[in-house]
Structure formats: C-alpha cells, structure tokens
Design a protein around this ligand. Structure first.
Ligand SMILES: *Cc1c(COP(=O)(O)O)cnc(C)c1O
Length: 405
C-alpha cells in the first residue's frame, strides 16, 4: 500500500505516529454522499470514532451532521462548525451539565435511553423554558453478530429502552410537557459485516412502528444508527465499504410513513481505512516457540487488540517494497524459485507496555524483520487515536496527514 517515496518520508518522522490518507477519506465520503443521496437519507458522523479537527473539517464539507455520545463531543461538533440542527446526542449516562449544554445549543435531538433520563431532560428543559426534541432509543433485541464488547442491541446490553418498557414510557410521555417526541432511534452494534443483521433491524423497526401506529403516535424521524463494518483483513482490496448495498438495504426493507426521514450514524466505515499507525521495531527477541518483534507503539497508541482482541493487518513497510521488487526480478530470471516464501518468518508483534495483552498480533507472517524497520498497522483510523492514553506516562501519540507530509 505504501509507495517507497512515502516510506522515505516516514523515515524522517519520530515514531510512533498516526498517518491519515486524506484522499482515501475523501473518496470514502464521496461514496457515502452519493449512495445516501439516492434515497435522501441523512448521515451523521459518529465523532467518537475519530474526533481530530482535520478529519472533522473534511467530513463537514460533505454536509453531514454529527452524532455525539458526550457533552464534550457536542461541544467539539459545535466548535468545528457542525450546525446545531444536525447534531444528535446519545448515551446511557448523560449528566445534567451535558444535557444543559446541549439544551443551550438547541441540538436537533436527544436519543433517550430510559424513562428516568426523559424525566431529567424534561425537568432541565422546563427550567430553561425550552422544549427538548427527543427520540426514544429502543433496544430492538437484534443480534449484530459481532464481538460481544461491541454488541449493543440485545436485551442483556445496557443501551436503550427495552420493548416491554415501551407502554409505560409512552404513557409517561404525555405528562412530560417539555419533551417533544420526534422519532425512534436504534443502534445495534459496530463492525457489522453481515448485512442480514441490518435487515433484521429493519424488520424489527417496522414491527415497532406498527405498535406506535396502533397507539396513534406519529413521528417524523427514524434513526437506524451506525455499525457498518470494514475489511480489516484485506484493506487494499476493500478500501471503501459497500455503502451502495448498505443504503439500498434500508431503502428496500424499511417501511416508512409519509414524510418520514431516515437518519444514519456512521463512524468506523467512514474513517477506519484512512488511518495507519506507523511504528518502528525496537528489538527482535527469540522466544521458546516464537519470535517477538517489539515495537515502539503499544496499546497506549492503539487499544483495539488489547480491548477486544481485534485484528489489524500488520506490514513491514521497510521490507515489503524490496521483497516485492526482488520477487519480480527473481521471477524474471529464475521462474521456479520460491522467493520470497522462504524469507517469511512468524512474529508475535507486541508493544512495550507492561501488560501481556499489549500484543498487536500473534504468529504474524513478515519478511525477516530487524531493529529499525518501519511497521504499518493498518485500518487504524477509527477507534485508534481517540482511544490513545497516557498509561505508563507515555507521550500522547502524534499524527500526520498525507496532504501536509
Ligand atoms: C458508536 C456509535 C455509532 C457509530 O458506530 P460505528 O460502528 O462506528 O459506525 C453510532 N451511534 C451510536 C449511538 C454509537 O454509540
């Protein structure tokens, strides 16, 4: 993926750092725009995937809204110039200060996760003489078939209002005078690659809508959340997720009432593939059954593998180009030679942090790797840099953009 001239530029930058390919981001956004516009769908970018100013500014130029899960994310969206009327705010534990901040900025919608939260928002809105727009976040009990730590739409999860609670919530709403019910909200999980999960969601949304219709309750908005997955195994083959199939599925299966608008909250599928964590090999260590490649990046820079055993493609970009070149030369000269297969070794690629879970990959195939080689950890644009920490008093990881390198 990385051309030699980029690798040469990387050599002059202190590692570890995040590298963002602005072209990949823009191409992805163009695709999202083109495919969602076909059906007049409204897309909100989920800030929690990556909240860097540069990224937010690029996304903003495509006129997407913002999906926030904390008061500071609402603040950031406002500061970056996202229009208040396109900001939605979800989260099971919104504090009074966060709710007040969002009320002051007249955001489009609170995605409410419990009856108690509705009562608190009503009270705080009343104190400001305002009416809060609210969508009920409903737990649809649909399995996203993804890792259990990023599943959110099952009854056992903490998110949303359960189906059996709907009746009492709806009854209580009539007494909440400073709440305006404007829609329903769903979000079943993340890194969903089997689109049939989204079809199940559509079916459930249709059932829930029928229930509301039978109770003579109408609303203008259906928000189906985010969660579209990306290809962590073959990033170069599938650099852009299949947005055409994704949006078409919702158009095909969601039953809308006249005038209803559909909203999406995409994070990972927008920013994952544009980001790479670049790191350097500090040491090679021979273990009992394996070799260790010890990097200068660890779980403090990219936590996903330690947090939910996530897979990231790992490449030795100091060697890959040379190996590929040699491969072609060898092929030309001696067509039978098995190069570079004989030159591939297995490494456990680990970080320097004092935790055994600080491991980016086990038994990773790499060309023979040495101290000083540059290692690229791919598909790291989403839930990478935003989750970086200062554990072990590490320096906060830096970032570079392809248009300013
Ligand atoms: C995290 C989150 C999203 C974005 O999920 P992705 O998998 O990154 O698309 C959308 N909506 C809500 C409510 C979220 O919490």
């Amino acid at each position: 993926m990385f051309e030699q001239d980029i690798v040469n530029k990387f050599k002059n930058i202190p590692t570890p750092f995040y590298y963002y390919d602005v072209e990949v981001l823009k191409q992805t956004l163009q695709q999202v725009k083109a495919e969602s516009d076909k059906y007049n769908f409204n897309v909100h970018y989920a800030l929690k995937a990556n909240a860097n100013n540069e990224i937010l500014n690029i996304i903003k130029t495509f006129n997407f809204g913002a999906d926030c899960v904390s008061g500071n994310e609402v603040k950031k969206a406002v500061e970056c110039g996202y229009a208040s009327e396109h900001i939605v705010f979800a989260g099971v534990g919104k504090s009074d200060a966060e709710i007040n901040f969002a009320l002051d900025h007249n955001i489009f919608c609170f995605n409410c996760e419990s009856l108690q939260e509705l009562e608190v928002i009503n009270e705080l809105a009343n104190a400001k003489n305002k009416t809060a727009n609210v969508a009920l976040r409903i737990n649809p009990n649909v399995n996203a078939n993804t890792h259990k730590y990023i599943t959110t739409g099952l009854e056992e999860n903490k998110f949303g209002i359960n189906l059996w609670e709907l009746e009492s919530v709806v009854n209580a709403l009539t007494g909440l005078k400073n709440i305006q019910l404007i829609g329903l909200h769903f979000h079943i999980g993340s890194q969903i690659t089997d689109l049939s999960s989204f079809k199940s969601l559509c079916m459930r949304v249709n059932e829930i809508q029928s229930w509301f219709v039978s109770h003579k309750i109408k609303f203008e908005n259906i928000n189906v959340g985010g969660g579209l997955g990306v290809d962590y195994h073959e990033p170069d083959k599938n650099l852009i997720a299949d947005f055409a199939a994704y949006f078409k599925l919702f158009n095909d299966f969601l039953e809308l009432r006249p005038g209803q608008k559909v909203h999406f909250e995409l994070g990972r599928a927008i920013v994952a593939q544009c980001g790479t964590l670049i790191s350097k090999v500090l040491y090679i260590k021979k273990g009992v059954n394996t070799n260790f490649a010890i990097l200068d990046a660890g779980m403090t820079e990219l936590m996903r593998p330690a947090l939910y055993q996530a897979y990231h493609k790992i490449e030795n970009i100091s060697k890959e180009n040379k190996v590929n070149r040699q491969k072609t030369i060898d092929k030309n000269l001696k067509p039978n030679i098995q190069y570079p297969i004989s030159n591939i070794f297995k490494y456990d690629v680990v970080g320097p942090i004092c935790e055994s879970s600080d491991c980016f990959g086990k038994a990773v195939n790499l060309p023979e790797t040495f101290r000083g080689d540059l290692i690229a950890i791919r598909t790291a644009g989403a839930y990478g840099e935003v989750m970086s920490s200062g554990y072990n008093l590490r320096d906060r990881v830096k970032n570079f953009y392809s248009d300013k390198l």
